[in-house]
Design a protein around this ligand. Structure first.
Ligand code: 4NP
Length: 155
């Protein structure tokens, strides 16, 4: 299954979601079933690396963002992906407007218990270090849930 995590800049949230998902899928013994990647709806950072604060957060938890290269998701490449996982409601809206099929598009926090409308993974870009810790927590809490639901879809 080809799964694309999507945020705005592809330097903070979605790159971390991608490496956490890879790690979780390994841990669950299902890594061979997935190809995870990430992209932004915006183009400002295309070709650059991950935000140093996200890279540091990854490293703190034994994950590696040093080889990340930011890319943009645009309409012509929608067909490269089977599933799209948006970090926030804006990303979700942008992806729908671009032509991503609604039944292939989830929110990262879609399967969190006790939520009706899935909350955002807040953009940590303009905030402090605690925003990055919070982001890591939210992504870590939800990665296995998303993977579990993807496996159900494929069953
Ligand atoms: P991300 O964070 O969407 O999680 O990668 C952002 C990165 C860059 C900008 C906004 C959000 N920016 O405005 O440049």
């Amino acid at each position: 299954m080809r799964v694309l995590f999507v945020c705005l800049g592809n330097i903070c949230r979605s790159p971390l979601a991608e490496v956490i998902a890879n790690h979780e899928a390994e841990r669950m013994g299902v890594a061979a079933r997935f190809h995870f990647a990430s992209a932004g709806t915006g183009n400002w950072h295309v070709g650059g690396g991950a935000d140093p604060r996200s890279a540091q957060t990854a490293q703190t938890h034994g994950l590696d963002l040093s080889t990340h290269t930011a890319q943009q998701i645009t309409a012509p490449t929608i067909g490269d992906w089977q599933w799209f996982i948006a970090m926030d409601a804006d990303n979700h809206t942008q992806l729908l407007a671009m032509g991503v099929p609604a039944n292939r598009l989830w929110m990262m926090r879609q399967f969190e218990p006790n939520t009706t409308t899935p909350p955002d993974v807040p953009d940590p870009y303009y905030g402090g270090a605690d925003g990055f810790d919070h982001m890591y927590q939210l992504l870590g809490d939800n990665a296995a849930r998303v993977i579990g639901q993807l496996l159900k879809q494929a069953a």
